[in-house]
Design a protein around this ligand. Structure first.
Ligand code: NDP
Ligand code: 2IT
Length: 450
């Protein structure tokens, strides 16, 4: 049996319940055949089996006391997936759906995304099944402190440097940093996404969303197009989504949707960003309240398409920015987007398109920027934060933004040139995967069987 199918079959048999992890691995491996054919040493060195096996996986108990003095228990994770290119780097997710499959899929994607940035960072991911929704600030603080009490044994500025992801923003990073410092007596760059007063980088919070829009502009520029004056569909209403909306406005585009775990908001005039921010900054804030200020907007509850798909992708728009979560865009959604004239999809979220949607999109001539390339701006600016911390410097917002624009352009160029090299011009799934994989695999081979 061929190397790729053998590896996938082994993986499926080893972890039959880890469907998201399997999906992420299959999506990468199924694009590598032309590279493997060209370079038999990847099989000789058994790189596929080595690269899908995390170097280390840590699971731990997180015990904390809630506001009713009840003892709560959650599960904590850190998967240190691959350190061929640098210290493990990747976010922490706090969401009730977090399990080993989710963290492994995110860690696996992170390896190739980080490699594509061209920077010296390995891949890792972590988090907990803790649900921050409806929790008080004090509960969040106690949870973060307990989480870091264990995590600190495994992280460090040249070992493993976590950051945010779903449910983890500047506030959570701050509480974890405080606890790390208390336990270790070390004020150092062990986390990124820190506050600007204590070692954070200007522009990190906005970097994923802004970078994703820059990536879309790069794809479109090559086709003689741009986002200016165009209607855009954005899903999610968190860090990535709202900074995407912000940058779209800055470039003269019109974002007409946002969404969250309860529903989709559509406003043909363009979403009112300050109002969305105000609604979402309330504990458990809902987008439905938007209609009180804008009666001409439309709100659709999340379960409007119970069988297949999501309301947000059924509106006509020139470009789509899935920025909420994995598998939020089905094949039926992708078909609807294309049918309605969508020309560009840039993934702010990790693996937002189901496998069938990815396959379908590659057969169309839509400009499709997979997450490993399009949302790499966040982790890239995280690495700039590490560099600033190491030199005890703080760069201006303008300098960071300039670097971010340059990095997003380089990522696009790398993915696009590699697609061309392997005879599939414009296919950034193939180009991105091969370019990222080749860098990691070559470093692994040089470092020997470790
Ligand atoms: P946030 O927690 O700030 O926002 C997440 C948003 O997505 C919220 O609006 C949330 O809804 C919604 N959402 C989460 N889970 C679901 C779900 N199961 N169904 C529907 N909606 C959901 O997270 P981020 O913006 O940081 O992350 C969004 C995506 O971007 C994730 O895929 C993440 O992995 C990816 N990403 C993030 C980076 C970063 O720097 N933060 C970097 C690269 C990628 P609600 O408000 O109701 O909870
Ligand atoms: O998915 C991602 O790239 C992130 N959540 C950001 C990782 C980081 O270390 O900044």
């Amino acid at each position: 049996m061929a190397y790729v199918s053998r590896t996938l079959q082994n993986l499926r048999e080893s972890f039959p319940a880890q469907t998201e992890f399997y999906q992420a691995v299959e999506e990468v491996l199924e694009t590598l055949q032309p590279l493997l054919d060209q370079n038999p040493r990847y099989e000789e060195q058994n790189i596929l089996q080595r690269i899908i096996e995390p170097e280390r996986q840590i699971t731990f108990r997180v015990t904390w006391v809630d506001d009713n003095n009840t003892i709560q228990v959650n599960r904590g994770y850190r998967v240190q997936f691959n350190s061929a290119l640098g210290p493990y780097k990747g976010g922490l997710r706090f969401h009730p759906t977090v399990n080993a499959s989710i963290i492994k899929f995110l860690g696996f994607e992170q390896i190739f995304k980080n490699a594509l940035t061209g920077l010296a960072i390995g891949g890792g991911k972590g988090g907990s099944n803790f649900d921050p929704h409806g929790r008080s600030t004090m509960e969040i603080m106690r949870f973060c402190q307990s989480f870091m009490t264990e995590l600190r044994r495994h992280v460090g500025p040249t070992t493993d440097v976590p950051a945010g992801d779903i449910g983890v923003g500047t506030r959570e990073i701050a509480y974890m940093f405080g606890q790390y410092k208390r336990l270790t007596k070390r004020f150092e760059g062990v986390l990124t996404g820190k506050g600007l007063l204590w070692g954070g980088s200007a522009g990190r919070e906005a970097a994923t969303g802004h970078g994703c829009v820059y990536f879309a502009e790069n794809m479109l520029q090559d086709r003689g197009e741009s986002l200016e004056g165009k209607d855009c569909l954005v899903s999610g209403a968190g860090n990535v989504a709202l900074h995407t909306v912000e940058k779209l406005y800055a470039l003269g585009a019109k974002p007409i949707t946002v969404s969250d775990s309860r529903g989709t908001l559509y406003h043909t005039e363009g979403v009112d960003l300050p109002l969305v921010r105000a609604l979402k900054s309330q504990p458990n804030g809902s987008l439905e309240g938007y209609l009180d200020d804008h009666a001409d907007a439309e709100y659709t509850p999340i379960d409007a398409y119970p069988d297949d798909g999501h309301a947000v992708w059924r509106y006509p728009g020139y470009a789509a920015f899935p920025s909420a979560t994995q598998n939020e865009l089905t094949r039926a959604d992708a078909e609807a987007l294309v049918e309605n004239g969508c020309q560009c999809i840039a993934e702010g979220a990790n693996m937002p398109c189901e496998a069938e949607a990815v396959h379908f999109l590659q057969e169309t001539d839509i400009a499709y920027g997979p997450g490993k390339a399009a949302n790499a701006g966040g982790v890239a600016v995280s690495q700039l934060e590490m560099a600033q911390n190491a030199r005890m410097q703080a760069w201006s917002r303008e300098k960071v933004d300039e670097r971010l624009q340059g990095i997003m352009q380089e990522i696009y160029q790398r993915a696009s040139d590699t697609a061309e090299e392997f005879g599939v011009p414009g296919n950034l799934v193939v180009g991105g995967n091969i370019a990222g994989f080749r860098r990691v695999a070559d470093a692994m081979i040089e470092q020997g069987a470790v």
